[in-house]
Design a protein around this ligand. Structure first.
Ligand code: ZN
Length: 278
């Protein structure tokens, strides 16, 4: 079994300072939180940005500040979200790719969330995948439902994504696939041999899904993007969630990957975007 790649997703689009004082909002806060998490054992940083008032943002200069800060202060893999909750048009979601992160998230289908349709039409997904391929950015296929695996395989068939593919199974969102061991097992058995996968359990599913992934040979994403609690009624800091996964992995006999090891496991180009930092 490969070493465990831990992704930290510190901010996302949902948590606010009204729900937790621990969510990093400004680029400086996001970088500082990621640095702590990388020191604790995370090797991939999954980045969203916010306006100063906390609203989700598509602003290039904010993404640039985070990218530059992370490249200066860590050797972690930078993974930028192309999620559409802050702005849905192709240009809004693709401009940040010009920062040439080593990875970017790519949701391969649409979902009925409680607040409305999270729309990822096929032509938009293909354009985002094509731009990532041009810039040698590895997509992390964000899988909210089983049919989205097929959407990712379709991109590979069309030459818009290069196998081996990397998947992130996002389980437990209202309106998408529930976080059960059976659903996780089905997804793992559905992706092609040689693929890598991470699991993001939402809310209280974060902890059990992380344990399943550690045992099954997958990788783990934690962070306030997906879950703001350490335990019932106890708010978490990002670093608390990373440290817990590191302890669990150690107890379960699964070593944790360094950023360099994560690059090899995930099949990222040597050097990559981190080498081009400035
Ligand atoms: Zn995200």
């Amino acid at each position: 079994m490969e070493k465990l790649v831990i992704t930290i997703a510190p901010t996302g689009s949902i948590p606010t300072r009204d729900t937790t004082p621990h969510v990093p909002i400004t680029p400086e806060e996001i970088v500082a939180d990621c640095v702590r998490c990388v020191e604790a054992g995370a090797s991939v940083c999954h980045v969203h940005v916010r306006e100063p008032d906390g609203r989700p943002s598509t602003r290039f200069d904010l993404f640039r500040q985070v990218a530059e800060g992370l490249r200066a202060r860590t050797d972690a893999v930078l993974q930028i979200s192309t999620g559409g909750r802050a702005g849905s048009a192709f240009e809004e979601r693709s401009e940040r790719l010009e920062l040439r992160p080593e990875m970017a998230s790519l949701t391969t289908g649409s979902v009925n969330f409680p607040e409305g349709v999270y729309a990822n039409p096929r032509d938009l997904v293909e354009r985002l995948a094509g731009r990532m391929k041009e810039l040698a950015i590895k997509p992390e296929m964000e899988i909210f439902d089983v049919s989205m695996v097929e959407g990712a395989l379709d991109l590979a068939r069309k030459g818009l994504a290069e196998p081996p593919l990397h998947f992130n199974f996002v389980l437990g969102l209202k309106g998408a696939l529930p976080a059960t061991p059976k659903n996780l097992l089905h997804l793992v058995e559905t992706v092609p041999a040689g693929s890598t996968w991470t699991v993001s359990g939402i809310g209280r599913a974060q902890l059990p899904m992380a344990v399943h992934a550690i045992l099954m040979g997958g990788h783990v994403r934690v962070g306030l993007e997906d879950n703001i609690y350490y335990a019932k009624g106890v708010l978490a800091r990002n670093v608390d969630l990373v440290e817990r996964v590191v302890r669990l992995a150690r107890e379960l006999g699964r070593p944790v990957a360094t950023p360099a090891e994560a690059r090899r496991i995930l099949g990222l180009g040597s050097g990559g975007a981190a080498a081009g930092s400035g």
